[in-house]
Ligand binder design. Structure first.
Ligand code: NAI
Length: 391
């Protein structure tokens, strides 16, 4: 079939298998062209098919030759139906890792379930012996608690009062006002249940009980803070509440890991275009301005640049990792630089539908959004037929 992007309500609902493979290859090539990293050799990545998790796995394998188990929840391609972008990404990763002789096993299923945890424990014991490093990088809309069978859904809403802000429809380029109503107590609790740290802790406990954690085991999860003007919808909203819970869980996991000499770390990452960030009110407009300002200052990074810098400069470097006063790694250091934020705030106040193309990087936003689904990749002939079950 010939595959063109299909976008519904600002969500791209299909993917191009060869474009996704090219996008993974571009990340691999980025890492191969850089200095090696001295990172752990036996890695488990939860949320390994997209965004930060995929990039971390690529740095582990192609930056230091690690064997890895990757977990994701994706729809495989069949003879007649396209799979999701994440499916093509994670399968291309495996193919490329095997070509270089690195161990790579994929588990496609619900990471919140006991079955997937048991399968990963088994795979870890069988193939890695034990894990040295676990990256927890899930962005999920819902979670079924396996102990009770209850389904929880996350929402992105302010807490306490309504939030009104500028936003952009990134497809049409219309800048307008958006208002989000405050979350109910139940919505807050459910978002924490889905995106907070409970499941991260359960993963560590499961592997620890199963004897699959190596001495000096390290685990990391990703958080976000952002500027003051997105605070009501992000850091002080439902998702921020979940992120604070994730950060608090790091301390509890640390206590569990102490006897092993292990550690749990939070990295606060940069805002990037992903499936999720494209639908948060105000955030696409913020990211379009952020990209413009950071590209002008030659500070721009995508997922792979962020993850390479995390490994190379923060995690696996001589001496203790530099952390903020709450013990978090600040990979958002360039995003939050005072000159960068002041310039974004100035542009934020000026931006309208008419000047959007000129003063923001809305084009870069759209391009990256499409590339996440394998579209617009250099070197791919999109007029050619391609099989949906190519992997
Ligand atoms: P993403 O949407 O690109 O990737 C999410 C991954 O989670 C995919 O591999 C997906 O298959 C997997 N997943 C979702 N539900 C699952 C389930 N039930 N079972 C197994 N796997 C499941 O996400 P992204 O943007 O890379 O986010 C990863 C983490 O980084 C999240 O915690 C997010 O909050 C955080 N973060 C993201 C930032 C951004 O701007 N994108 C900024 C800072 C932190």
């Amino acid at each position: 079939m010939i595959i063109e992007p299909k976008i519904r309500h600002n969500v791209c609902v299909n993917a191009h298998p060869l474009g996704c493979a090219a996008q993974v290859m571009a990340q691999i090539n980025y890492v191969k062209a850089r200095d090696k990293v001295e990172s752990p050799g036996r890695v488990v990545v939860i949320g390994a098919s997209n965004g930060y998790g995929l990039a971390a796995r690529i740095v582990s394998a192609f930056g230091s030759g690690a064997s890895s188990i990757g977990v994701a929840y994706e729809r495989p391609g069949t003879k007649s139906r396209l799979g999701t972008a994440g499916w093509y990404n994670i399968e291309s990763f495996k193919r490329e890792a095997h070509k270089e002789g690195f161990g790579a096993w994929n588990v496609n299923g619900d990471a919140f379930s006991e079955e997937v945890k048991a399968e990963v424990l088994e795979l870890t014991r069988e193939n890695l012996g034990a894990a040295d490093f676990l990256v927890y990088s899930i962005a999920a809309p819902r979670r079924m608690d396996p102990r009770t069978g209850q389904l929880y859904s996350s929402v992105i809403k302010p807490i306490g009062e309504q939030f009104t802000s500028k936003t952009v429809d990134f497809l049409t380029g219309e800048v307008r006002e958006v208002t989000a109503d405050p979350a109910t107590e139940q919505e807050i609790a459910h978002t924490v249940k889905v995106m907070g740290g409970e499941d991260w802790r359960v993963w560590i406990e499961t592997l620890q009980r199963g004897g699959a954690l190596a001495p000096n085991f390290l685990t990391i999860a990703f958080s976000y803070i952002g500027p003051d003007f997105t605070k009501p919808i992000y850091r002080d909203g439902t998702i921020g509440k979940a992120k604070k819970d994730l950060e608090e869980n790091a301390a509890e996991i640390n206590a569990h890991l102490a006897p092993l000499g292990g550690r749990a770390i939070i990295s606060v990452n940069k805002a990037l275009v992903t499936r999720a960030s494209a639908v948060i009110p105000a955030v696409p407009l913020y990211i379009s301005l952020l990209y413009k300002v950071m590209k002008e200052r030659k500070l721009h990074e995508g997922c792979i640049q962020q993850m390479y810098r995390l490994y190379h400069d923060f995690l696996f470097t001589a001496g203790p990792p530099h952390a903020d006063d709450m013990g978090r790694i600040r990979l958002d250091d360039w995003e939050m630089r005072q000159d960068v934020q002041q310039e974004i705030w100035k542009l934020w106040q000026q931006v309208t539908t008419e000047n959007l193309d000129r003063i923001s990087d809305i084009g870069g936003f759209r391009e990256e959004f499409l590339r996440h689904h394998g579209f617009g990749m250099p070197g791919i002939d999109y007029s050619q037929e391609v099989e949906p079950d190519v992997f």
